[in-house]
Design a protein around this ligand. Sequence first.
Ligand SMILES: Cc1cc2nc3c(=O)[nH]c(=O)nc-3n(C[C@H](O)[C@H](O)[C@H](O)COP(=O)(O)O)c2cc1C
Length: 155
Amino acid sequence: MKISILYGTETGNAEMLAEDIQAELEGAHDVSCENLADTDPTALDPTQLYLLVCSTYGDGELPASAQPFAEAMDSAKPDLSAIHFAIFGLGDSEYHETFNGGPKHLAELMVAHGAVQIGERVAHDASGPDMPEDLAYPWAEAVIEEVEEKLGVPA
Ligand SMILES: Cc1cc2nc3c(=O)[nH]c(=O)nc-3n(C[C@H](O)[C@H](O)[C@H](O)COP(=O)(O)O)c2cc1C
């Protein structure tokens, strides 16, 4: 199984993190990395494991680069029941009620179209003590391990 990292970003943090995750995984796995702005939700590939990395902007909304993807989902209503994904969110608890609202919305959208979520959504807090990669690398490894166990294929 191949791994596709898709990122949604406004000011580049999610993109940097996605590229760091790619660099961390690519010794052991076949990994690509793409902006959600360039991703067609009707063309997702069931042979890939999708790792979504998405920030939050505005008032708990999706960042600009994830919005066309969400709009295309709403209009095309793809059947994603063969798609497996996991999601890592970026946000800031200073925003209280809208903390990590962007990735929450994206995960709900994927599941609403039938996609199978692997593991829990991780919500990084820019006001917390952890660097995003310190949470994201173990998250990615745990997701891959779960998929290998669940689907019986090495990712
Ligand atoms: C104008 C603005 C609005 C934001 N709104 C939220 C928000 O509602 N909820 C949240 O959890 N984080 C919010 N954030 C924090 C961002 O999600 C965080 O800084 C993230 O690292 C940005 O990643 P990006 O550069 O990939 O877009 C906001 C940041 C800015 C600058």
